[in-house]
Design a protein around this ligand. Structure first.
Ligand SMILES: *Cc1c(COP(=O)(O)O)cnc(C)c1O
Length: 395
């Protein structure tokens, strides 16, 4: 590659000068990844328990994803959704088969997938004849992305306040508060939008009762039940989709993160009548579902499905949570499969993450009390034990 081999300090300086300050980055420059390991510009090795925030579900540079990308890149990268390609319908076929949905719309990110879901629900409601049927009920502490529609659904003041006025019609209820949910949903509701496990705000699984209530009130008022599985989908929680833990099927399901095995792609799936809402011209995405992204995702989804990685996430995740529960000063260990958080009694998450980084372990701190772990689904119990040993040293 024709990028000069910069020193770490040069990179910090360049980035500080020319890149918009949207990120508070950890002081490390990565140049290479291999399954559960990352390597920095100085050649130091790290165990990666963040995996691109649940993007690298198959680890870094999985050989099947790499060869799918290389082969497709030399064949055809992009045409336009004005034409058919081989890869997009094949990917739609496998995703609908594993999810029980009927049709897919492809885009490039989680936020875009949620925008599609929001527009789908709004358009469906137009047919009801009730001009006020446009409300979308979401949950407090949710995270659905940073575009204006997605951020309007993201009920966290820190993400919303600087950008007001928001898109009208979003109402948030406390997560897992079934009474509030039932009180908020009525004939003006066009959708209820939830993460089965809230990820960004610190790994909070939904209660079964809350999920069942969401399904029932959507049925009662003919509203779309949208599950945002951008983070939880495709094996992360130890099942292919997190909704399987609850036995509650959504009408609309959004995916991104792990979908492309590290390559950007998002998807909004819908079933039955909800899959028939969009007509030509309603919605589109220039890059969405291009042959390169779809080839990467096809390879990734086939490998997740056939490689035993969902079961591995369940098995290793259970071991990981058990090991974490023995750490000193832990208030709670939460999560499903390999989507895990620990909450400390004391505000030390940031300093533990910094210490771990120095010792070659990458973990994600959320606020001062919570560490999040979303490692590759390919991780082993041996590697988990090595990581936990480093956490012991830091604590
Ligand atoms: C990461 C995430 C998003 C946003 O995805 P982007 O690709 O960053 O737009 C949306 N919803 C959930 C649940 C997420 O975890």
């Amino acid at each position: 590659m024709n990028i000069p081999q910069l020193k770490e300090t040069d990179v910090f300086e360049l980035d500080g000068k020319y890149v918009m300050r949207t990120y508070a980055r950890m002081p490390v420059v990565f140049v290479r990844g291999d399954n559960c390991f990352l390597y920095d510009v100085e050649g130091k090795e790290y165990i990666d328990l963040v995996a691109g925030i649940a993007v690298n579900g198959l680890g870094h540079c999985h050989p099947k994803v790499v060869s799918a990308i290389c082969e497709q890149a030399s064949e055809l990268m992009h045409t336009s959704n004005l034409y058919y390609t081989l890869q997009q319908p094949k990917l739609a076929e496998i995703l609908t088969q594993i999810s029980g949905m009927s049709r897919a719309f492809f885009c490039n990110s989680g936020a875009e997938a949620n925008e599609a879901a929001i527009k789908l629900a709004r358009k469906a409601a137009k047919k009801s004849g009730n001009p006020n049927k446009f409300e979308i009920v979401t949950a407090e502490q949710s995270f659905h992305g940073r575009t204006m529609g997605a951020v309007s659904a993201t009920a966290q003041p820190k993400y919303q306040k600087p950008f007001e006025p928001l898109i009208p019609g979003f109402k948030a209820v406390p997560f897992n508060d079934t009474k509030s949910l039932l009180a908020a949903v009525n004939e003006n509701t066009c959708a209820v939008m939830l993460e089965p496990v809230q990820g960004e705000s610190g790994v909070h699984p939904a209660d079964r009762e809350f999920m069942i209530a969401a399904r029932e009130c959507c049925d009662k008022y003919n509203a779309a039940l949208i599950f945002d599985e951008v983070q939880t989908g495709l094996g992360r929680t130890g099942k292919m989709f997190a909704f399987e833990h609850y036995g509650v099927r959504p009408d609309v399901l959004t995916l991104a993160k792990t979908l492309g095995g590290g390559f950007p792609i998002g998807c909004c799936l819908a079933r039955d009548k909800w899959a028939e809402v969009f007509e030509p011209g309603d919605h589109a995405c220039t890059f969405g579902g291009n042959p390169l992204a779809c080839a990467a995702a096809l390879a990734a989804v086939r490998e997740i499905k056939d490689g035993g990685w969902v079961a591995n996430a369940e098995r290793v995740g259970t071991h990981f949570r058990e090991q974490l529960s023995h750490l000193p000063g832990i208030r709670e260990v939460r999560g499903l499969g390999l989507m895990i958080a620990v909450e400390f009694d004391e505000p030390k998450a940031k300093s533990v993450a910094t210490c771990a980084l120095e010792k070659g372990l990458i973990v994600n701190s959320i606020g001062e009390h919570v560490l999040r772990f979303v490692p590759p689904l390919t991780i082993t119990t041996e590697l988990v034990d090595r990581a936990v040993a480093i956490l012991w040293e830091c604590l």
